[in-house]
Design a protein around this ligand. Structure first.
Ligand code: SF4
Length: 334
């Protein structure tokens, strides 16, 4: 069963500084933190739609730095959400926060109010990158808080970014490998999107920073996806969530509404190319599971065109006999 969540955004609350890339108000599309009453209203609205599977749905406090907001507000939001956990209408509560906003007292509170997953905005494991992007925490903070989260038995999620100011591909690969060492259950990979009103926009305008585009970010994220898959870390997102707010506010960087799909298409193209290269050039039928057809073809038939350019004229055919991710190649009879 697919997992889902009832998303509640807590924008910019509790942030001790403004990270170079962040304009949470843009991402969440809302200016102020919700009240406890609003938390209840958002949940009730979600239940009314009748799409909530209690066993696989969490109430998720996204954005901001949940555990850094003032204690009374944090507890009031948790108190508003906890009855839904107690009555088993949702499976638990998910929060995302900063690595330097975790300690034993906070974790005790989160446990008490039904939180079962904590995501840390790690972004980079290179201290110089964290510093340049005004994160206000170190890689050591990440290691300490990740170890504490795991020792308390929470599901631990890691969030990382690529293409930050002062970072490069090597740095992103290093970050992914260091994150694997922390043994996260889940990961989100966010290629940097330059948003209006951020420090990154200013740096890009004065030529200090050159954002990475979609194509080069896809190549890098494909490498990162492989690192996490090899380590059995569940990837729950690659690329910023497609929304009008982001689309209207993005002024550079790697925004694409289907960024993850682009990465999966590239992984499929590589896989098929590796197989085809065992055969002579010519026409081939490529069989895949019906769910893999669009990533096999690629956006705007990109994969078909690129394989043709290296001498392989393929026709994609679907078959239920193959599992997702499996590929079978037969000489084409055209
Ligand atoms: S800590 Fe998170 S929410 Fe706060 S400014 Fe940085 S990225 Fe934005």
């Amino acid at each position: 069963m697919k997992r889902g969540n009832i998303a509640i955004f807590v924008p910019h609350s509790g942030c001790p500084n403004a990270c170079s890339f962040c304009n949470q108000r843009t991402i969440s599309g809302t200016l102020k933190a919700p009240t406890p009453e609003e938390v209840g209203k958002i949940c009730e609205e979600a239940f009314e739609k009748n799409t909530v599977d209690p066993e696989n749905t969490q109430i998720a406090f996204f954005g901001g730095s949940f555990t850094a907001i003032d204690r009374d507000t944090m507890v009031s939001l948790l108190k508003a959400a906890y009855p839904y956990v107690e009555s088993k209408r949702v499976s638990g509560i998910r929060v995302s926060t900063r690595p330097d906003a975790i300690d034993a007292e906070i974790l005790d509170i989160l446990k008490k109010y039904g939180v079962d997953s904590i995501e840390l905005g790690i972004q980079s494991m290179r201290d110089e990158v964290l510093l340049k992007n005004r994160r206000g925490h170190s890689s050591e903070d990440v290691r300490k808080s990740a170890a504490m989260i795991k020792s308390y038995g929470f599901e631990f999620g890691a969030q990382m970014m690529t293409g930050l100011y002062g970072d490069d591909d090597e740095g992103a690969v290093y970050t992914a490998k260091e994150i694997v060492k922390l043994k996260p259950d889940t990961v989100r990979i966010y290629p940097t999107v330059v948003l209006k009103g951020t420090e990154l926009e200013r740096l890009a305008e004065c030529g200090e920073y050159e954002p990475k585009g979609v194509e080069e970010s896809v190549k890098l994220c494909v490498e990162l996806i492989k690192i996490f898959r090899d380590a059995n870390v569940r990837i729950i997102r690659v690329g910023l969530h497609a929304s009008d707010n982001v689309e209207g506010e993005a002024v550079g960087g790697a925004y694409h509404p289907a960024f993850h799909e682009l990465c999966e298409a590239e992984i499929m193209r590589e896989k098929i190319a590796d197989e085809l290269l065992k055969y002579e050039k010519g026409k081939y039928d490529v069989f895949v599971n019906p769910k893999d057809v669009s990533k096999t073809v690629g956006q705007k038939r990109k994969n078909i065109v690129e394989l043709k350019n290296i001498g392989y004229d393929i026709t994609v055919k679907e078959t239920e006999k193959l599992k997702i991710g499996e590929v079978e190649i037969k000489k084409g009879e055209r």
